[in-house]
Ligand binder design. Structure first.
Ligand SMILES: C[S@@+](CC[C@H](N)C(=O)[O-])C[C@H]1O[C@@H](n2cnc3c(N)ncnc32)[C@H](O)[C@@H]1O
Length: 339
């Protein structure tokens, strides 16, 4: 094998080191102790975070070789654009995203089991599915919400620029998390009213977020379980990165519950990655591995979303690509609700 390929394979086999190092940096809050343009000696960073100086130096030297921090003279580290995004007060900070993966990293241990059996990875390792685990670990829940905003927040404006919401009257965001997406849509379209639906502990934080945005009069926050029922009252039901968390059977159950409450002239919008064909590179192929190891769902092709729609009483009416990696898959009721 050529030297280049042996090095490539070596890097791939040990790639967990990079992920683990960045997650550890997030957990320790290293980025918060460096001000942009004022490099800090690693000795000081170790003192401030309770870390072992030489080991911390080796880790920062390694991540700096990938652009996360920059080593200046004498074992001092300054920020780069990537490391600055790990500061707690960065706009849409990635620190919670790194902390979230730090705290559930062992989910990857279950990948082997998932691939062999088709069963879920997360309960194999943690004894319960992801969202139950988050619900029973209150300190993890707000970190998860903020991590979602880091990973997916930039998709909101891309979606708003690509898809026209102007003829919608009431928009329900199902599994709306901390409300950052619905809040942005309501601010862009002042005529719109919103319903945010999520599980009990998330809904509480979403209410506070809507108040902070001054949207409490235009948006109701409803708590519940989308496997049981979905709130009535909207003409459009949006789900961003919800269906990808679930198996086909579970997805059809959620979509059928949506179908029960969507008026005949209403619509459903799934905001998801479309897995590209053949050997094409695409974010959806990377996150599909996360889906396999963590919630137990899957990323899908456009055709696969069309099939889920058909099994749930919808037909795919439009696919809108955006400038980010997500598409908006629009479904319309295919006939009278028979679910
Ligand atoms: C991957 S996050 C996506 C959050 C948000 N839509 C976004 O794009 O940032 C999945 C969301 O689904 C919610 N969720 C999970 N299980 C649920 C259930 N059974 N009923 C309602 N919401 C649920 C979670 O609390 C979480 O907010």
């Amino acid at each position: 094998m050529a030297l280049r390929e042996t090095e490539q394979l070596t890097q791939m086999i040990t790639a967990a080191a990079l992920s683990r190092a960045i997650c550890t940096i997030g957990e320790l809050g290293i980025a918060d102790h460096i001000k942009k343009g004022a490099p800090q000696p690693v000795r000081r960073l170790a003192q401030l975070t309770g870390a072992h100086e030489r080991s911390l130096y080796r880790m920062l030297r390694f991540t700096a070789s990938y652009g996360v921090f920059r080593e200046t003279a004498d074992r001092n580290f300054d920020h780069t654009a990537l490391s600055a995004a790990l500061m707690s007060d960065a706009e849409t900070s990635f620190r919670p995203a790194a902390q979230m993966f730090h705290r559930i990293f062992a989910a990857w241990d279950g990948l082997h089991h998932a691939v062999l059996t088709g069963e879920l990875s997360f309960p194999h390792v943690y004894g319960q599915p992801l969202f139950d685990y988050i619900g029973s670990n209150p300190e993890l829940a707000p970190i998860f919400d903020a991590g979602m905003t880091a990973f997916h927040g930039h998709e909101t404006n891309a979606m708003l620029d690509a898809y026209d919401f102007s003829d919608i009257k009431v928009l329900a965001d199902i599994g709306g998390g901390n409300g950052s997406l619905l809040g942005a849509v309501l601010l862009r379209y002042p005529h719109l009213r919103g319903i945010l639906f999520d599980v009990h502990h998330v809904a509480g934080r979403a209410r506070v977020a809507m108040q902070t945005l001054g949207l409490q009069e235009r948006c109701s926050v409803v708590e519940g379980n989308f496997f049981e029922s979905i709130p009535e009252g909207a003409d459009t039901y949006l789900m961003r990165h919800i269906i990808h968390d679930w198996t086909d059977e579970q997805s059809v159950q959620i979509l059928r519950n949506c179908r029960k409450v969507i008026p005949q002239n209403g619509r459903i919008l799934l905001v998801e990655f479309a897995v590209p064909p053949n050997n094409e590179v695409g974010m959806g192929k990377d996150t599909d591995m996360v889906m396999l190891a963590v919630p137990g769902g899957m990323e899908r092709t456009e055709e696969e979303y069309g099939e889920l729609f058909e099994q749930s009483g919808f037909k795919m009416s439009k696919t809108t690509p955006t400038s980010s990696a997500v598409c908006v898959f629009e479904g319309r009721p295919s006939g009278p609700d028979s679910a």
